[in-house]
Write a protein that binds this ligand. Structure first.
Ligand code: ADP
Ligand code: MG
Length: 339
């Protein structure tokens, strides 16, 4: 057996970064989450070449104070969690304090940021985890992060990237989900200079759905609004006639976070039982709100997989919420037939 080595800081950083930053879309996911946590009402995401050469995320949120800027790029440095007790009820999208450190380890970053209180903003450059510049800069309140040449120093990761268009599509899906998760935030997405998404940010989920998925999809929807066992369920499901050949249009959000939830999927589909032919699937944009302490988001660094402390109340709320919406949809036409 070769001798055991303690990895130097730089190598350890690159390995840790690989956990969080798998591809350009993971960068955009982390950064859009940060904009929402910062209270932004307008967010612009710009990418070139599928994000591989260039990504820029601009927000009008709270900004980062000068003395905090270098800290934001340290691993396990976060303004969102202080104690072990905080972990039991996480109300922000971020909490690991790993994203900026990870992204900075594998790209060239330029940050421009200013808080409301500061007269001068900060321009900060960091490349491959090494700080290069920290200086005054005139800028609006909020934060702009530019990333260039992702994985420039990790050729193995670079090799696994797919074609620009595939990476770009993965980013588009992330921005879509961000826009649907927070309809009160206006999201713009520019791909190689072309605007491909602009949500109004007026707080109406339907308007965000329209901007993201278009008219035809939106017209085929039924509203859902329900509460049971302390679980709130709201949003839209597809009319049975607007069912799909697969589950790709099933979008679930838990406490403002896009998630994959088998519980939610199965309970929705059970509620549709009898309304759909075999091999057809409902579509949805469904938000669930549960007490922050009833869910563990700390399962995986990507935070997409979540665990409910108790599945049953969630299952019942989704099932009855969807069932009720389907029945209400049926009711007017039944009256119409009777008349
Ligand atoms: P986390 O989101 O888990 O706290 P990050 O590495 O994503 O970790 O961010 C580190 C810290 O940097 C955040 O806790 C926050 O204080 C600050 N920060 C990051 N992005 C922004 C932003 N867009 N606006 C304001 N503050 C930000
Ligand atoms: Mg974060």
């Amino acid at each position: 057996m070769p001798k055991i080595n303690v990895l130097d800081k730089h190598v350890a950083e690159l390995i840790a970064a690989g956990e969080v930053v798998e591809r350009p879309a993971s960068v955009i996911k982390e950064l859009t989450e940060n904009t929402i946590d910062a209270g932004a009402t307008a967010v612009t995401v710009e990418i070139k070449h599928g994000g591989i050469t260039f990504m820029r995320v601009t927000d009008n949120g709270c900004g980062i104070a000068r003395e905090d800027v270098p800290l934001a790029f340290l691993r396990h440095a976060t303004s969102k969690v202080r104690s072990q007790a905080d972990l039991a009820h996480i109300g922000t999208l971020g909490f690991r304090g790993e994203a900026l450190a990870s992204i900075a380890a594998v790209s060239h970053i330029e940050l421009l940021t200013r808080t409301e209180k500061e007269l001068a903003g900060t321009r900060y450059l960091i490349s491959g985890g090494e700080e290069e510049t920290c200086e005054d800069a005139g800028c609006a309140q909020g934060t702009t992060l530019v990333m260039r040449d992702l994985f420039y120093n990790t050729p193995a990761r670079m090799k696994f990237l797919k074609k620009d268009v595939t990476e770009g599509n993965a980013i588009a899906a992330v921005v879509d989900h961000a826009a649907l998760s927070h309809p009160e935030v206006s999201f713009r997405f520019l791909r190689d200079g072309k605007e491909v998404l602009h949500t109004p940010g007026d707080g109406k989920l339907k308007n965000a759905v329209f901007a993201v998925f278009g008219r035809e999809f939106t017209q085929g929807l039924i509203p859902v609004s329900y509460e049971l066992n302390g679980v709130k369920v709201w949003g839209f499901i597809s009319k049975p006639v607007a069912s799909r050949p697969n589950r790709s249009m099933q979008n679930f959000f838990l406490n403002g976070r896009y998630v994959k939830s088998k519980t939610a999927m199965v309970s929705m589909e059970q509620a549709f039982k009898g309304s759909l032919m075999v091999g057809r699937f409902p579509a949805c944009v469904l938000h669930l709100q549960v007490d922050f302490s009833a869910v563990d988001v700390n399962v995986h660094p990507s935070k997409m997989e979540i665990r409910f402390m108790n599945e049953k109340p969630v299952f019942e709320a989704v099932y009855h919420g969807v069932k009720t919406a389907l029945q209400q949809e049926d009711a007017p036409s039944a009256l119409h037939l009777a008349a």
